[in-house]
Design a protein around this ligand. Structure first.
Ligand code: AVI
Length: 324
């Protein structure tokens, strides 16, 4: 069976994505202190750089979460029950879900949601090839907006959301709450399986975002290269430093791009100045305690269930019961 054509939902297609990048880059240039959303990291090159980050020796989250999912897949699958439907938010390359599908009892349907339609369609076809009996329905949408998903199949079991990778940590607290409320609405009566990176030794965190090979630096700088490619800006990439540090009072890694010199950047004939040392804030990556994640979930209407962790308590995977 071939994968179905992706469903395109109005909440965010490729076009609106493009024009908003232009607006966000302009807002970053015109507003101080300067900042831009980390969602703009993920063009084709940025997605490849992120995949490379996931394989770095210093970047523990991906391999730790994979180990947790591998070790506990059977138990997680028993919570899902028979004929469950998986909805994956920001599905990316559809790698982690395979661990769940392999352990599940007759999964009814898999709905991967992603903003990047072409990549999603390609990965969905590959997955469909490997899981011939599975109903795969890719959905192209911005899952951070309100979501309207296809109705559950008549004989399906629970609808279970899957949000791995601690991507929730890249949201502001308000965005995280908004995401959980929206997820609760589409998962009514089901559950959410969510990965959350944990608070830990700041040296370990620092190394994870300042790798020796400089891949994270390239990933960070890619947002400026992307602006040059797509919007015709003239950022001189060699004139910005990658800076990542742990802000302990806020429990988050912050990434910035710091101007190495006084410089001028232009877009559509307009010029903007950067002082030496002036920074663009590009990403927050919040780290959680189990209690903190539970408090957020309860506030959004979820009821905490089991939590799975690695022996060093580096990373956590949570089962959250969705509102009825
Ligand atoms: C996708 N996200 C959870 C990653 C993180 O760790 O916050 C993005 C990332 N940024 C730098 N390295 C990885």
């Amino acid at each position: 069976m071939l994968s179905r054509d992706p469903l395109h939902l109005e909440t965010g297609d490729a076009k609106s994505h493009g024009s908003t990048f232009a607006a966000d880059v302009r807002a970053m240039l015109t507003t101080r202190p300067r900042s831009i959303s980390p969602k703009w990291f993920y063009d084709e090159r940025g997605s490849k750089l992120f995949d490379a980050i996931c394989d770095l020796p210093e970047y523990y989250p991906t391999r730790t979460e994979l180990a947790i999912l591998t070790q506990h897949a059977g138990e997680i699958a028993s919570h899902m029950g028979e004929r469950a439907e998986i909805v994956e938010f920001g599905a990316g390359s559809l790698r982690k879900v395979r661990l769940l599908l392999d352990a599940m009892q007759g999964p009814a349907r898999y709905l991967p949601i992603d903003i990047s339609g072409e990549h999603l369609a390609r990965c969905a076809v590959e997955l469909q090839r490997d899981y011939a009996g599975l109903d795969v329905q890719p959905v192209v949408a911005d899952y951070t907006q309100r979501l309207l998903l296809p109705a559950p199949l008549p004989h399906a079991g629970k609808r279970v959301g899957f949000f791995p990778g601690s991507t929730i940590g890249n949201f502001t607290p308000d965005e995280a709450m908004h995401f959980l409320v929206v997820a609760g609405q589409v998962l009514r009566g089901g559950a959410l399986l969510i990965g959350a990176d944990l608070v830990k030794d700041p040296d370990v965190l620092h190394a994870a975002y300042n790798d020796a090979q400089g891949v994270t630096a390239q990933f960070n700088l890619n947002v400026l290269s992307r602006a040059n490619r797509e919007l015709g800006t003239n950022f001189d990439i060699s004139k910005f430093w990658h800076s990542a540090f742990y802000n302990a009072p806020q429990s988050r890694i912050e990434m910035h791009l710091v101007s190495r010199a006084r410089q001028r950047v232009s877009i559509n004939g307009e010029s903007f100045d950067f002082d030496e040392g002036e920074a663009i804030h590009t990403e927050n990556s919040y780290k959680f305690t189990i209690e903190g994640l539970h408090a957020l979930a309860v506030h959004a209407g979820f009821r905490p269930g089991p939590v799975w962790m690695d022996p060093e308590r580096m990373f956590s995977v949570h089962w959250l019961h969705a509102p009825a």
